[in-house]
Design a protein around this ligand. Structure first.
Ligand SMILES: *Cc1c(COP(=O)(O)O)cnc(C)c1O
Length: 466
């Protein structure tokens, strides 16, 4: 063994103490770490020939790199939809590396069983029935991709072709219909061979809505004349968190024979709130469902789940069997037969820990508090003369803009000005053609005081200069 490695092995406990020290200090300071850091990276260095040991690496990291890391896990980072990491999930993330299980196969470890247990709990949390089987993946982009890959196989099955064997060409063109799809749907369409142009935006409901107009959707499906179609329903659009009427969409399935995929990346968490649970009605009727966990479950990156009603087709797409072993036995084959990855981190452990530590009630409290803070910020911003709310706050996102007719450049400058305060971070968007800003609440740490600090920073940084 290399002497430096041997030395590290001998002093592993000490090393972990040092890491513990740094981690504790960083987490204690997280509430006040600037939400945004200018991109200052140290000058590039040559590959070390001689190592400096883990303590040396730790010291170098703490000095050179850690200061440039943002406070994105902190309470006033309101950009995108960025959850933090609960104490239990951080502990679990450390242990995931300590045990270093490969949850791809079941062989000789209970790790895959822990993943299945966690998936059963999550299914219950989001109101899905036993017909849905799940798997952990890295994020909602991958979850959407897996859902659409199973859809593709199903479309083939309807036409007596096997896409997984013979390729997408055997199926012919596929149309993906969606009202306000997340950008990852285009990415999935590109990866899966449909092409980004296959994603067609269906008209939205009139009024200030981002939910699909189901009557218009039916007309689009009619116009396809039986050609292969996937409908992506959106539960929680990123700009204004609107929800498609899943039951009404599902009711069209018999007539038009499409696969219904639900992108509920963060909207699924509405199911935890008695006041909002109706928004997720019909989730169980979807053929596949995407839910992110590194957003509103507040586990560290990266973690999401995909649920499908056709585990058999999922295994046909993703199985990793050698020809002489044949297809994996169903139900519940090893996860390497269900996901893009073969070798897989035990990603479920962070969710397992957080659910055991805080339960349904603890997680409901996070969702309820974030939602109340978003409503509070929306109410307050609506009163600021130089700002304008663009949509009602339906859940955890506030979509607003500058008064008048702001240009994209003015909005970008406002985003920068807010970020430069270090107090809060919001992201730019375009809502119905209007350049806008959005503030999304999904971090377990965020308190009313944080919301008020963010409000002050946004109000001051966007004020017209005299
Ligand atoms: C965030 C998000 C995604 C993509 O998720 P990643 O975890 O970033 O891959 C997809 N759909 C919706 C609605 C999202 O909010």
């Amino acid at each position: 063994m290399h002497p430096t490695l041997a030395e590290d092995r001998a002093r592993l406990a000490e090393l972990l103490q040092s890491v513990h020290g740094l981690a504790s200090r960083e987490l204690a300071g997280l509430d006040d770490r600037p939400a945004w850091q200018p991109r200052l990276a140290p000058v590039p260095e040559p590959l070390p020939a001689e190592g400096s040991g883990a303590q040396g690496a730790l010291a170098r990291f703490a000095e050179q790199w850690a200061p440039g890391f943002s406070g994105s896990a902190g309470p006033r980072y309101l950009g995108f939809v960025t959850g933090g990491a609960t104490p239990a999930s951080i502990a679990a993330d450390w242990l995931t590396s300590v045990y270093d299980q490969n949850a791809g196969g079941g062989g000789g470890s209970s790790a895959a069983a822990l993943e299945r247990q966690t998936l059963t709990w999550l299914r219950e949390l989001f109101g899905l029935g036993a017909a849905h089987s799940g798997a952990f993946v890295t994020g909602s982009t991958m979850s959407n991709t897996v859902g659409l890959a199973v859809a593709r196989e199903w479309l083939g099955e309807q036409r007596n072709v096997s896409v997984s064997e013979d390729g997408t060409a055997a199926l012919g063109p596929v149309t993906v219909l969606s009202g306000a799809p997340h950008s990852s749907i285009g990415k999935a369409a590109s990866v899966l061979g449909f092409g980004r142009a296959a994603v067609r935006r269906t008209p939205l409901l009139p009024g200030n809505r981002e939910a699909v107009d189901v009557a218009a959707l039916a007309r689009e499906l009619e116009g396809l004349d039986g050609r292969p179609a996937i409908v992506v329903a959106n539960l929680g659009t990123v700009d204004t968190v609107d929800f498609d009427d899943l039951r009404a969409i599902a009711a069209l399935k018999d007539r038009y024979g499409f696969w219904l995929h639900a992108d509920a990346a963060f909207g699924a968490f509405a199911a935890l709130l008695p006041s909002h649970a109706h928004l997720t009605d019909g989730l169980d009727a979807a053929d596949s469902v995407c839910v992110d966990l590194h957003k509103w479950l507040n586990v560290p990156y990266d973690s999401a789940v995909v649920f499908t009603r056709r585990q058999d087709l999922q295994a046909r797409v993703f199985h990793n069997s050698s020809p002489y072993l044949g297809l994996p036995a169903l139900p519940d084959p090893d996860f390497l037969h269900l996901t893009p990855e073969n070798s897989r981190r035990l990603r479920a452990l962070t969710a397992w820990f957080s659910l055991v530590a805080y339960g349904r009630d603890g997680h409901r409290e996070i969702v309820a508090r974030n939602t109340a803070l978003a409503v509070g910020l929306g109410d307050a911003l609506a009163e600021v003369p130089h700002l304008r709310l663009l949509a009602p706050v339906r859940l955890n996102v506030v979509c607003f803009t500058l008064a008048g007719s702001p240009t994209p450049q003015a909005v970008q400058a406002a985003v920068q000005a807010v970020a430069a305060t270090g107090e809060a971070f919001v992201t730019p968007t375009s809502y119905r053609g209007v350049p806008a800003l959005r503030a999304a609440f999904s971090n377990w740490r965020t308190t009313r005081a944080d919301m008020e600090r963010a409000l002050a920073a946004i109000t001051e940084a966007t004020a017209p200069k005299m």
